[in-house]
Ligand binder design. Structure first.
Ligand SMILES: CCCCCCCC/C=C\CCCCCCCC(=O)N[C@@H](COP(=O)(O)O)[C@H](O)/C=C/CCCCCCCCCCCCC
Length: 213
């Protein structure tokens, strides 16, 4: 694949590092960039994951459109987005009505997926040579995202997990070197991802946004 299509865990790590401002606000631009890096990884795993990557890409595009739109200044951080959309009644809170694609509900889907990522990466980090990535991934999924997905999606996701490459290939695609280094990198990445996750989670909880339709 072309160089800019090539995944590097370091790159994703760097964008998540840049996600947090000094006063712990989450920059949308870096958040989206982090996800884009992860989607690159997903795409390199093959077309079976196309339906997942498509959904992620379309959600990222929704956010990018806001970030580049006429109200761009309000979409600098997750905090400013939440404030702006709530203050201006731009969020469907109980059921989908006039604002089915608010930034808040769109980001919530990615936020839930970030929890999956956190759980999955932690399992990878502590896995052994004979661990099955498909099992690690399914466990992480069942503990997180699956709880928000209908049966059909869970089924499709479960089937996609079965064709995940083995641990060794997985580690190679991350482009950081030998397994020990991958494990170390994951150990470095996880606290950053957890912090971004927790800050968003607290913010959404505080505004009652965790169940947006
Ligand atoms: C560091 C390298 C190792 C890890 C690399 C992981 C790469 C993962 C990249 C992207 C993950 C995709 C995130 C998917 C977002 C899903 C958002 C969502 O939940 N959407 C559903 C609800 O949306 P609305 O209908 O309410 O708009 C939507 O129904 C979902 C459809 C697609 C199926 C989603 C299955 C998610 C499985 C997540 C695990 C990905 C497996 C990757 C394996 C490495």
């Amino acid at each position: 694949p072309a160089d800019n299509q090539k995944f590097s865990l370091q790159e994703v790590l760097d964008t998540f590092k840049l996600c947090l401002s000094e006063n712990k606000e989450v920059y949308l631009e870096q958040y989206v960039a982090g996800w884009r890096g992860l989607v690159k990884f997903l795409n390199s795993l093959g077309s079976v994951f196309g339906f997942i990557s498509k959904d992620a890409v379309s959600k990222l595009q929704i956010l990018v459109n806001y970030m580049n739109g006429e109200n761009a200044s309000h979409y600098a951080t997750v905090q400013s987005m939440v404030k702006y959309e709530l203050d201006n009644n731009l969020v469907d809170v109980n059921k989908k009505e006039s604002h089915p694609e608010s930034g808040c509900r769109t980001l919530l889907r990615l936020h839930r997926a970030l929890r999956w990522l956190e759980l999955f990466l932690d399992r990878l980090r502590t896995s052994t040579e004979d661990s099955k990535t498909s099992a690690l991934c399914a466990e992480a999924y069942n503990e997180s995202l699956a709880q928000h997905h209908p049966w059909m999606i869970r089924k499709a996701a479960g089937m996609a997990f079965l064709v995940l490459p083995g641990r060794q290939t997985f580690f190679e695609v991350m482009n950081v070197g030998p397994p020990e280094q991958v494990v170390a990198k994951l150990g470095e990445a996880l606290p950053l991802i957890s912090e971004v996750y927790q800050i968003t989670e607290d913010l959404y909880a505080q505004h009652n946004l965790l169940d947006l339709p």
